[in-house]
Design a protein around this ligand. Structure first.
Ligand code: GLC
Length: 437
């Protein structure tokens, strides 16, 4: 009897878990991502030790190994000097949260092959090969969980250091120690093993963010990397984990890099961008995008239906550069007031961008992001065939109604003399009733 009962419950559990797994299809998996809109990208590795400078040249960052043509043994010396004792995972997560970001993507392994986590599959990792000897990924996963941020992992599929990665598949055929016996299938096993570790030992992972950085030119990387198996394994381990599009096997969303699409997109995307001109730490690079530019970019991206993954490149001491902190805190101040017009919004219902700024939307509302406060104090929106109920400034806690006129194919809102925010003042426009079907 007892055995029969146990079997019954095992069967029930099996059916329920199968149903749950099928329920976690792409649409559901994407829900948090579509709401989040703003995330922190972190490029951190032993390349931060030279801090962008080598033998008089100052333009390097995370590609320094290849660009300055290091051999693996020469490059390994940076690992021996890497001791980020000032690293404080909670500070990084808190900063992301303060900036209004909802997720964090960090480099567990970049093209240089150095592993920034406690992998059992190579000793070339931060725990075994550096004086620091601790696992920052673990600390960050915990800190993100505490702050309610999704923790996500960047993983480079190209590897300039692993003996089984064939040089011919990397960028311009570079490898720090090319091996004519390199065996791609063995490398693929290594990579699968590492992805398994990352999805097993660090709690729930929001995104596996793969990157090849222009490697595998002219070859079918999906086949070579056994990407289908990899994807299946990821979803077996963590059905809710998103995968970006750089395995070239579809993926959950697109990843335009350093550029914002010209118009709104039909499919999900995430623009990744540097805050200065480099991904990894470069001590000379002071060409920062200041907070107003970051805010405009974020809004522009949201108005086209995408997310913004904004990068910081921490120092070898383990600090996010002071300028990055300063800028992100300012962005956070704007987000504190205007976050409602970003999170959970969809693209503008219009194809054209208005002359005064951008539009984001929710089912019952529009958010007019006024970048340039018009001289005549009038903001006109055409091409909307719905009745408008009211309008107010998002920054106005009392939500004092603004004067507005319903037009034939839209509406006009009259603004007060002074813009509440010199960068982007948001007007909330509420629709009356439900949309016509
Ligand atoms: C490129 C670069 C890489 C960077 C990535 C971010 O692919 O190779 O250094 O990590 O872009 O998207």
């Amino acid at each position: 009897m007892r055995i029969k009962q146990n079997r019954f419950w095992m069967l029930v559990t099996l059916i329920v878990s199968c149903l749950c797994a099928t329920a976690t299809r792409a649409g559901d998996r994407m829900e948090w991502f579509n709401k989040a809109r703003f995330g922190m990208f972190i490029h951190w590795g032993v390349y931060s030790v030279p801090a962008g400078e080598w033998r008089g040249k100052k333009k390097y960052a995370e590609w320094i190994m290849k660009d300055a043509k290091f051999s693996s043994s020469e490059y390994e010396k940076f690992a021996k000097q890497f001791n980020p004792v000032q690293f404080d995972a909670q500070e990084w997560a808190d900063l992301a949260k303060t900036a209004g970001m909802k997720y964090m993507v960090i480099t567990a392994k970049h093209h240089d092959g150095f592993c920034m986590y406690d992998t059992k599959l190579t000793d070339y990792n931060i725990v075994k090969a550096t004086p620091y000897g601790r696992d920052p990924m673990k600390a960050l996963a915990d800190a993100c969980a505490k702050d309610g941020l999704k923790f996500c992992i960047y993983y480079s599929v190209v590897d300039w250091h692993h003996p089984d990665f064939p040089a011919k598949y990397s960028q311009k055929g570079y490898h720090g120690d090319p091996n004519s016996d390199a065996d791609m299938d063995k490398y693929v096993q290594y990579m699968q093993g590492q992805v398994r570790e990352l999805l097993t030992d660090y709690g729930p992972i929001g995104i596996m963010w793969f990157d090849g950085g222009g490697s595998f030119k002219g070859v079918d990387r999906t086949k070579l990397l056994h990407a289908r198996n990899l994807l299946d394994m990821i979803h077996e381990l963590q059905p809710a984990c998103l995968v970006n599009n750089r395995l070239e096997i579809g993926g959950d969303y697109g990843t335009p890099e350093q550029r914002i699409p010209g118009k709104k997109q039909e499919t999900a995307f995430e623009v990744c961008m540097t805050l200065n001109r480099h991904w990894g730490y470069n001590k000379q690079d002071k060409q920062w995008k200041e907070a107003p530019e970051v805010i405009h970019k974020l809004v522009d991206i949201c108005s086209k239906g995408g997310n913004f993954l904004l990068n910081v490149g921490p120092t070898p001491e383990g600090l996010i550069p002071a300028d990055s902190i300063r800028i992100l805190k300012k962005v956070g101040q704007w987000m504190d007031v205007n976050g409602e017009s970003i999170y959970g919004t969809t693209a503008s219902p219009l194809d054209e961008t208005p002359p005064w700024g951008r539009i984001t939307a929710k089912p019952d509302k529009l958010y007019l992001h006024v970048f340039d406060w018009p001289k005549d104090r009038q903001v006109t929106v055409s091409g909307i065939n719905r009745k408008i109920k009211n309008a107010h400034l998002l920054a106005d806690k009392t939500a004092t109604p603004l004067e507005m006129d319903q037009l034939d194919d839209g509406f006009r809102v009259s603004l007060p003399d002074k813009a509440p925010d010199s960068v982007d003042s948001v007007v909330v426009v509420e629709y009356a009733g439900k949309p016509a079907k």
